[in-house]
Write a protein that binds this ligand. Structure first.
Ligand code: HSE
Length: 428
């Protein structure tokens, strides 16, 4: 019999449990596809006594994931602990130092330390694979690293946080305000322990930074991702956008231009009829564009036991088969520091504001836009209150910087009530 590939699994939460179940349920399938058995030597988790509904008695137990990572009977360290520091980072570094391959679902760890870890892995002749870190069950890392390897990738887009997409689509379908649907998501257990990771766009920003590194051959640069969460999106925005043929999405966009690398994870309007516009509930979608392939769209579950464990196993099987890819698709030393774009690609913007309902108010706003070189495409007033009037403006293409200058100048007109909300309209 050929030599088994022996796993050490750190973290037995939802994903870890899913991986154990696949290894046990599909032993024959995994062996047939890998050309060798895939086995588990040892596991580790915070609480040994917790009932997980798993058969673990055949595996050694380690309280410390670092000890697990160093075990002689572990070939591949499967890190499903999470977090960009602490036990996850220590154990991954220990595994690499011991020359072991690593499979991880940890987007935060790689978004912050991906370059250093990739360099360390290559120096130790080990590989790091992270399909499960980006968009759960969607094989997007594989698609970019392998399937599109012959393309000059021009743009990567994605709805990669299911919780945000659930909140935005549920607000629209139920006509509920953000705060109510946020609470619903919390009650359903959809939110991360720190909800700002989801609704602040951080989790999805981590994923975008990883895809951008592969797509553009650059060092992971999460700090340059322009982040904006969904907390300021109102049911009004969603309704008005729908009325104009758009839907609101927390959309990640990465593209390289003469200005440098743009990485944005921000609320955007997309055409309601586009694949991104039709994405409902907690599902993820990634759109990849290359010079030869054109546009491809991948859609599927971005989280959950089965989908995420499926992605982990894809990496494990690759390693079992002897496939040894660089972490980000090319040797770590060849990845260049990302030149962060000083300005973004111009776009149309939707601006919602409330004005005092008095003569000349709208004219003052239009003047400020004109003075900043911003041309108005569409405009409407709706739902007048006693003394105020909500106003929507859709601009022609403009640079975000010009819009920000105009919005700052609007404060000086004396006709604004509260702060305007500006949402980019992405050309998808
Ligand atoms: N919290 C994430 C989401 C899943 O809602 O998509 C893990 O990244």
């Amino acid at each position: 019999m050929s030599t088994p590939l022996r796993l050490g699994i750190a973290g037995l939460g939802t994903v870890g449990a899913g991986v154990v179940k696949i290894v046990q349920r599909h032993a024959a399938l995994l062996e047939a596809r890998s050309g060798r058995p895939v086995t588990i030597s040892a596991v580790s988790a915070r609480d040994r006594t917790k009932e997980r509904g798993l058969r673990l008695k055949d595996y050694a137990w380690e309280d410390d994931p670092v000890a697990l990572a160093r075990r002689d009977d572990v070939d591949v360290f499967v890190e499903l602990v999470g977090g960009d520091s602490g036990p996850a980072r220590n154990a991954v570094e220990a595994a690499i130092a011991a020359g072991k391959d690593v499979v991880t679902a940890n987007k935060a760890l790689l978004a912050h330390h991906g370059q250093a870890l990739a360099e360390a892995a290559e120096a130790a002749d080990a590989v790091i694979r992270f399909e499960a870190a980006v968009a759960g069950g969607i094989p997007v890392v594989k698609a970019l690293t392998e399937g599109l390897a012959g393309n000059d990738v021009t743009r990567v887009m994605g709805v990669m946080n299911g919780t945000c997409n659930y909140i935005l689509t549920r607000m629209e379908s139920a006509g509920l305000p953000y705060a109510d649907v946020f609470q619903e998501a919390a009650d359903l257990g959809y939110l991360e322990a720190d909800p700002n990771l989801d609704v602040g766009g951080i989790d999805a920003g981590h994923k975008l930074a990883l895809l951008a590194a592969i797509a553009f051959g650059t060092q992971v640069d999460f700090d340059s991702v322009q982040l904006e969460g969904i907390g300021r999106i109102t049911i009004d925005d969603i309704r008005q956008a729908a009325d104009m043929g758009f839907r609101v999405k927390l959309l990640g966009v990465a593209q390289m231009s003469g200005r440098g690398l743009e990485q944005r994870m921000t609320p955007c309007l997309v055409p309601a009829a586009s694949p991104l516009g039709q994405l409902e509930g907690g599902t993820n979608m990634v759109v990849l564009e290359g010079d030869s392939v054109g546009q491809i769209v991948l859609r599927g579950a971005g989280a959950g036991m089965g989908p995420t464990a499926s992605a982990v196993m894809a990496d494990v099987i690759d390693i079992a088969r002897g496939t040894r890819l660089s972490t980000f698709g090319q040797p770590a030393a060849a990845l260049k520091p990302a030149p962060a774009a000083s300005t973004g690609t111009p776009a149309s913007f939707y601006i919602r504001m409330t004005l005092q309902d008095k003569p000349g108010a709208l004219a003052k706003i239009a003047t400020v836009l004109g003075e900043n070189g911003i041309s108005i495409d569409r405009m409407r007033q709706y739902d007048h209150a006693d003394t105020t009037a909500p106003v929507l403006i859709v601009t022609h293409r403009t640079a975000r910087a010009a819009l920000d200058t105009a919005i700052a100048a609007m404060a000086g007109t004396g006709v604004l009530v509260g702060e305007p909300v500006a949402i980019r309209i992405e050309d998808v």
